[in-house]
Structures are given as structure tokens and as C-alpha cells.
Design a protein around this ligand. Structure first.
Ligand code: G1P
Length: 324
């Protein structure tokens, strides 16, 4: 089976980090977002992935080919015309084999094993409070009867999370072809959801599978909360002489920690140097240097330097000093 992973987006909500890195290369819990996705597909036995790249695509290609030995095909999406368009440009790669489409901006903790053996196509879903931001699935007797992209008045709160097991990718590509040729757009874009609905209209059966662990990485707050969730399930304990480590944390082997308190929920990437600091609920990038700082809910980019100092004060009895 092949995986298809669209990662062409600009990640504007994650600026300034995405000025120099594509979103999927941002570190979360010790590796780039896309690293979590590729590790997951390899765990499921998938050895071939089509990556739809766009913004800073060369960096994604370099990271993946350097770090993984599965077969990658990179296709550039030159115009951002929607998710349906991103999948459509890989149309020549669709075969009779099933295909797993995974959206590149989220990290999942899900057991695919049973899904990938299913007789029918199947979409990952989760009940959400506000379904208007997502594609939603109406289900009848175990099968999806209707898919609607970002409905204004949703009739269900079952959101499509961005994991699509497609039993007949050639049919999907035919439907996308029609969408593009007939310029069928929803909210200005060629939608994958609309092509899937066309498949349903032509008799393709879709089931659903629940995805509880669905972690967004699209904004600084969600990147940090995803970091926390992943560290909770994956963190290993570390002892570093002269510093206090409060798990869960990820501290790269090559990071240098000196006279500091790290954690909980801190990711310290390769080559970072942390000295005389307290760092919690934060992500410190490769080669970054943090000295004399108290950091909470912070993201420090690769090779950035942040320096503070300890205060020297001489405060009398009953004084009130507020540095906020
Ligand atoms: C896309 C899909 C939408 C899905 C969502 C999941 O929307 O079009 O159906 O629910 O991903 O994250 P986007 O987030 O790209 O607007």
C-alpha cells in the first residue's frame, strides 16, 4: 500500500518559525511533525510514500531522504488550489492497490491495523464541539451516507480528521479529475471531501474508524499542547548531573544541560545548550542556546540565542517587588 501525504502548505499561523522551515519540519516531542507520521506508516508496514510538496519542499525532501529508507516520490503542487487538487496531481500514481492519505499537519495516535485490512474504504473521524471548521460525515447503518466540507449548519458533529483509507484510488482520481475539469469548487477550492462524496454517489462504500488521539500542530498553542500530549506517552526519563529533570521531557543526546531545571513537558532538540535556566512546557530547537532564562510555553527556533541574567537586589523588610 502507498501513503499519500500532502505537505505543501505555508503554515502562516506558525510564523516566524515557518519563514525558515516548512511547518512539517517543526520539532514536536523530539522529531519533526512529518517524522511522527512517517514512523507511524512504517510501523504499519507501508514502504512507499508520495509526498505533495510546495512551500520549502526541498527541505522536506532532504529531511525525508536523509532519515528514512522507504521509497519516496515528491510531487510539487505549484498552485495552491485546495486539498482535492493536491491529491489530484498525484493521479498518475494511483493503482489498484489501496492508498492511505494522511494530512501532514496533524499527528495521530491511532491503531490502523484493523483499518488497513478492511473490505471498504474508511475515514478517520472524531466527535468535535465545533464541526464547522471541518469536513463532516453523516453515518447511516455503519456506512457514510453524506460528506460535507465545513458546513455552516452541521447536522452531525462527526469530523473527518484527515486520515483516509481509500480502497479504490483510481476511482478517487477519476472523481477528482471531473471536479477539476468541471471547475467544481467549494469555498473557492477543489475539495477532497467533494470527490469522496462523488465516490459515494457512484456506489463506493465508506466506513469510519475512531481517532481519539488527533493532535493539531497548526498554531503555537496547539504545537505546544501536542508536544505535551506526545511527551506524556513517549517520554523517557533522563538523569543529568547538576540539573533537575522533571518528566515528561525529551532531551536529545547531543543537547547540553547545565545547572538547569528542565520539564515538565520540555523538548530540547539536538545540539541545544541550556545553562542556568528553568524550561518547562516549551520546545527548544536544534542548536539553540538558552542561558539565564525562565521559559514557559515558549518555542525557540533552531540556532536562536536567548540570554537573560539573574537579578541582583537588595530588598528591605516588608517591601513589595513586582517584576511582571
Ligand atoms: C481539511 C479537510 C477537512 C478535514 C480537515 C482535517 O481541511 O478539507 O475535510 O476535516 O482537513 O484537519 P483544512 O484543515 O485543510 O481546511
Amino acid at each position: 500500500m502507498k501513503a499519500l501525504i500532502p505537505v505543501a502548505g505555508v503554515g502562516s499561523r506558525l510564523r516566524p518559525h515557518t519563514y525558515t522551515l516548512p511547518k512539517v519540519l517543526l520539532n514536536v516531542a523530539g522529531k519533526p511533525i512529518i517524522g511522527h507520521i512517517i514512523d507511524k506508516i512504517i510501523e504499519e508496514g507501508i514502504r512507499e510514500a508520495i509526498i505533495i510538496v510546495g512551500y520549502l519542499g526541498d527541505m522536506i525532501e532532504e529531511y525525508l531522504t536523509k532519515n528514512y529508507d522507504i521509497k519516496f516520490t515528491f510531487i510539487e503542487q505549484e498552485e495552491r488550489l485546495g486539498l482535492g487538487h493536491a491529491v489530484w496531481i498525484a493521479r498518475d500514481h494511483a493503482t489498484e492497490e489501496p492508498m492511505l492519505i494522511i494530512l501532514g499537519d496533524t499527528v495521530f495516535e491511532v491503531d490502523f491495523k484493523d483499518v488497513l485490512k478492511r473490505e471498504y474504504s474508511s475515514l478517520g473521524v472524531k466527535s468535535v464541539d465545533d464541526p464547522r471548521r471541518f469536513g463532516v460525515a453523516e453515518v447511516e447503518n455503519g456506512f457514510i451516507s453524506k460528506l460535507i466540507e465545513k458546513p455552516e449548519t452541521p447536522t452531525t458533529n462527526l469530523a473527518v480528521v484527515g486520515l483516509y483509507y481509500i480502497k479504490h484510488p483510481k476511482l478517487l482520481m477519476q472523481c477528482l479529475d471531473e471536479e477539476v475539469k468541471n471547475n467544481i469548487r467549494t469555498k473557492g477550492e477543489y475539495q477532497l471531501t467533494d470527490a469522496l462524496q462523488m465516490m459515494i454517489d457512484r456506489g463506493e462504500k465508506f466506513t469510519t474508524f475512531p481517532v481519539d488521539g488527533w493532535y493539531d500542530c497548526g498554531k503555537p498553542e496547539t504545537l505546544l499542547s501536542t508536544n505535551e500530549k506526545l511527551l506524556m506517552s513517549k517520554s523517557r526519563n533522563r538523569t543529568i548531573h547538576g540539573s533537575v529533570i522533571t518528566p515528561p521531557v525529551f532531551i536529545a543526546e547531543s543537547a547540553k544541560i547545565e545547572n538547569s531545571v528542565i520539564g515538565p513537558y520540555a523538548t530540547i532538540a539536538s545540539g541545544a545548550v541550556i545553562k542556568d535556566s528553568i524550561v518547562q512546557s516549551s520546545i527548544i530547537g536544534d542548536g539553540a542556546k538558552v542561558e539565564g532564562m525562565l521559559l514557559n510555553e515558549s518555542i525557540v527556533g533552531n540556532n536562536a540565542i536567548i540570554m537573560g541574567k539573574f537579578r541582583k537586589i537588595n530588598v528591605g523588610d516588608s517591601s513589595e517587588v513586582d517584576f511582571r
